[in-house]
Design a protein around this ligand. Structure first.
Ligand SMILES: Nc1nc2c(c(=O)[nH]1)N[C@H]1C(S)=C(S)[C@@H](COP(=O)(O)O)O[C@H]1N2
Ligand SMILES: [Mo]
Length: 307
């Protein structure tokens, strides 16, 4: 992977994958070529990012697995559906509306978003509530950089996130069986935590559509469903916002949903996980292995009632 180290750059300064691949093919032979067809798509565009000391040294899951085994119910409920169906997502142009109790409500386009902070590569473990896991070299910047930019009022206690829901681009969403648009939320101190990543890429390129293009959340110490994809709205609030899986089944999916091997899902154990690409199961770690960094956020909370 090529990682350049220019700290500030506009979205327009990145290298289209067509050019990158043309160069690389001579050096390394042909490799994965993503749909680069539509002129409006940024798919495959290379990104520059600095390596983060917050990365795990574990081996990343293959690009193939990370981009072909997905949960993105707007594009279908089977793991292979998003890779096949998300081609219709128009990830460019894109805007995120910043709303609620902030000094500066505003609409950010991608150019503005990419200028908020230098991009970092963060290799994180990702643990789905369904007991499979992956390790992903995400690219993004701390969510707290965006929060500081828009300056929430002192009475803000929660941040709500909303995904795009456009039935024209996401016709499979009708049959998803979950209320759409997909919504998620964090307590403000969770959102300010340095590990909470606003993610715009993976494996050195902009997010493939199926992984939540053009911008998603990554909250590595929580079950994967908290890492909401294709965000169009961020709202700062006093009250705890509703969240999709909790609306659907509050007995099985809580607001906090920190990874916890000691609290089983009502229908299956959370003690172990299947790492994509591996044959034997591995033990699941409390807070997905990020306890040293995040456990203090939950001091005094009953972690047995995590859901
Ligand atoms: N909008 C939206 N965001 C979503 C989902 C979804 O269905 N819709 N699925 C979640 C779940 S359950 C997981 S495990 C992760 C999967 O992210 P990945 O496909 O990049 O691995 O996305 C999360 N974000
Ligand atoms: Mo998940």
């Amino acid at each position: 992977m090529i990682i350049k180290t220019n700290l500030q750059f506009p979205f327009s300064a990145v290298t289209p994958k067509s050019i990158y691949l043309t160069r690389r093919r001579f050096l390394a032979g042909a490799s994965t070529i993503l749909g680069f067809g539509s002129g409006l798509s940024a798919a495959g565009t290379r990104l520059s990012a600095v390596k983060s000391p917050l990365s795990t040294t574990e081996k990343p899951t293959s690009y193939q697995d990370v981009t072909s085994y997905n949960n993105f119910y707007e594009f279908g409920t089977a793991k292979s559906d998003p890779a096949r169906n998300a081609k219709t997502l128009r990830a460019m142009p894109w805007t995120i509306s910043i709303e609620g109790a902030v000094a500066k409500p505003q609409v950010l386009d991608l150019d503005a978003l990419f200028r908020i902070a230098p991009l970092e590569e963060r290799i994180y473990r990702h643990r789905c509530v369904e007991a499979w896991s992956i390790v992903v070299p995400w690219i993004g910047f701390p969510l707290n950089a965006l929060i500081k930019l828009v300056n929430p009022s002192s009475n803000v206690k929660f941040v709500a996130f909303q995904s795009l829901y456009d039935p024209k681009q996401m016709p499979e969403g009708r049959y998803a069986g979950i209320p759409l648009p997909y919504v998620e939320g964090l307590r403000i101190d969770e959102a300010m935590h340095p590990l909470a990543l606003l993610c715009v890429g993976l494996y050195g390129e902009v997010l493939p559509n199926q992984n939540g293009a053009p911008v998603r959340l990554v909250v590595p110490w929580k079950y994967g469903f908290k890492s909401i994809k294709s965000i169009v709205k961020i709202r700062f609030m006093e009250k705890q916002p509703p969240t999709t899986w909790n609306i659907l089944n509050s007995n099985e999916y809580g607001f906090y949903s920190n990874v916890n091997p000691e609290v089983d899902h009502p229908r299956w154990s959370q003690a172990k996980e299947r790492r994509l690409g591996e044959l034997t199961k591995r033990p699941t770690l409390k807070f997905n292995g990020y306890g040293d960094q995040v456990a203090s956020l939950y001091a005094g909370m009953d972690l047995r009632r995590n859901y």
